[in-house]
Design a protein around this ligand. Structure first.
Ligand SMILES: [Zn+2]
Length: 192
């Protein structure tokens, strides 16, 4: 395979394994449709995988439709979103994200997902005096005067469709992934 093609395929994946539950570096370019079955050497038939996932695809522990699902997400990332959008999607599916309070600046980092209808920000606000709610949550006995604290914050969470998309992506479920993406596209078109 030409070096330029190989580089393009590795770049498309951001130099980490295309399996969303793996992400390790050290990459191989894998043929999605095998050469002996008529698969080509073009970028559209290649995907970056780490040696471990590559071996699992070849021994069929990872099915071909899962590989196609990951490729679909990479194409979406490079044409509609960015690599950060994909990382944010995975991040919002963690327990850490569920317990995190953000300022407005933090919410802006998720704007791609918000306008795509895949994530939403929940506004959390409170009225405080000298003993504010956050001292309890942070188990911090010395309270900041509430006047010095932000009195509003946001929690980011995936919408039902965002959740469906991440689950399909992680499971390698191409049909549900396409449904989630397609639904998003239709919504965007209606709104424009
Ligand atoms: Zn891997």
């Amino acid at each position: 395979m030409p070096t330029a093609t190989r580089r393009a395929v590795l770049l498309e994946a951001g130099y980490s394994c295309s399996n969303p539950t793996c992400h390790v570096p050290l990459l191989h370019a894998h043929h999605i449709d095998y050469v002996q079955n008529g698969g080509g050497n073009g970028e559209d038939n290649l995907i970056a995988l780490c040696p471990n996932c590559h071996a699992m695809v070849h021994n069929k522990t990872i099915p071909v439709y899962a590989v196609r699902t990951w490729k679909t997400m990479l194409i979406a990332a490079n044409h509609a979103w960015t690599k950060e959008t994909l990382n944010n999607l995975l991040f919002l599916d963690t327990d850490l994200a569920e317990s995190l309070y953000l300022t407005g600046d933090g919410v802006v980092r998720f704007s791609d997902l918000i306008v795509s209808g895949l994530a939403e920000a929940e506004h959390v606000s409170w009225v405080g005096d000298a003993s504010c709610v956050f001292t309890v949550e942070l188990s911090c006995p010395t309270a900041f005067p509430a006047s010095e604290m932000t009195k509003s914050a946001y929690k980011m969470k995936l919408t039902a469709r965002g959740k469906a998309l991440v689950q399909a992506w992680k499971k390698g479920d191409l049909k549900n992934l396409q449904n989630a993406i397609l639904q998003e596209k239709e919504t965007t078109e209606e709104g424009s």
